[in-house]
Design a protein. Structure first.
Length: 336
């Protein structure tokens, strides 16, 4: 019996270059740089506890959140890997207040893309050995090629993304990404250090049974979210649904993508604009969700249609299987 050979991430990227209308090989080089940085971060995540990488770094990031040592390491690794290869003209990170403009020493006309990144999603889970991840988003610059990037290159609505993805550093390390032609997942074989295609053409089940939300904040939620949660918990038909919440967006999203479900981080009396960042978390996950047959909104408006106004803008986030999203959005329309 002849079995089909397993495809590596590198081979897959090359095979799919023609799907991209500006195909010059540059996008492939960016994805390859991200792949390399992912392997380096994965190595340190798996050695946490054996090397001095656990615990607080002792400083706050631009969000006012205490940085973990692994936050800083991951941020430096991704920025250095992307910068040194001179494949992008700008990088924005959740950990940095401002974007980083990159001047190419080789060819100013070559770098046409900017990358936005959450280097270590769910970093508060590091010290308790719960899955963490990386989220990335790639845009084609809108300012003239050959000139320094400006804030306008980063403040683009999500539907302008040319690629997005995430990595889960868990029981196995998986990289999931899209370039607008479906969603595919690749699992790292640690023995050879290579990502292999393990989850081709990933799709959200249209009907899900999992809801992922921090119910500890229930009293602070909008009325529509409270009513949706009560709906999820009712004994009727295929309900009650199952509550599963990890606290690492990558992990919660990945589980719901595979099994069917909805992830919600709404606004609240303590966080009127929500907590998640539009550019670093919501846009890339929304792009992936739609490419996988799911849906993403702020409860009212499609996430990918929101025009950003600042690098660290926060928005409420609802994302997942279409049927559950439709029901959640119906409840959001209800009055107190």
């Amino acid at each position: 019996m002849i079995t089909k050979p397993i495809q590596t991430l590198g081979e897959f990227i090359i095979d799919r270059q023609d799907h991209f209308k500006y195909a010059t090989g540059e996008l492939s080089r960016i994805l390859s740089a991200i792949r390399l940085a992912t392997k380096i971060v994965n190595n340190h995540v798996n050695r946490a506890g054996l090397i001095d990488i656990l615990g607080d770094h002792g400083e706050e990031n631009v969000q006012g959140e205490i940085q973990q040592k692994l936050d800083v390491f991951a941020n430096t690794t991704f920025i250095n890997t992307l910068s040194q290869r001179e494949v992008v003209c700008g990088i924005a990170s959740e950990e940095n207040e401002d974007f980083i403009a990159i001047q190419s020493t080789k060819n100013q006309d070559y770098c046409k893309y900017v990358v936005l990144i959450d280097p270590l999603d769910g970093s508060s889970n590091i010290d308790v050995n719960v899955s963490v991840g990386t989220i990335f988003s790639i845009y084609r610059r809108v300012t003239p090629i050959g000139t320094p990037v400006t804030i306008d290159d980063f403040l683009q609505p999500g539907h302008m993304q040319v690629a997005a993805g995430y990595v889960v550093y868990g029981t196995s390390t998986i990289l999931v990404y899209t370039t607008g032609h479906g969603v595919n997942g690749f699992t790292l074989n640690p023995g050879v250090g290579v990502f292999f295609l393990s989850h081709p053409d990933m799709k959200f089940p249209e009907k899900g049974k999992i809801y992922s939300i921090n119910e500890g904040n229930y009293v602070k939620f909008p009325a529509g979210v409270k009513k949706f949660l009560k709906y999820c918990q009712e004994e009727e038909g295929d309900r009650p649904y199952i509550s599963r919440y990890i606290g690492s967006l990558c992990s919660d999203f990945h589980r719901n993508l595979l099994k069917g479900g909805i992830y919600i981080y709404p606004s609240g009396t303590n966080k009127p604009n929500g907590k998640l960042r539009l550019l670093y978390e919501c846009n890339p996950m929304a792009f992936l969700a739609e490419q996988a047959g799911g849906k993403a909104s702020d409860g009212f408006t499609r996430i990918l249609d929101i025009t950003p106004t600042s690098l660290h803008q926060r928005v409420p986030f609802f994302c997942g299987s279409k049927d559950m999203m439709k029901k959640a959005e119906e409840f959001m329309q209800t009055k107190e």
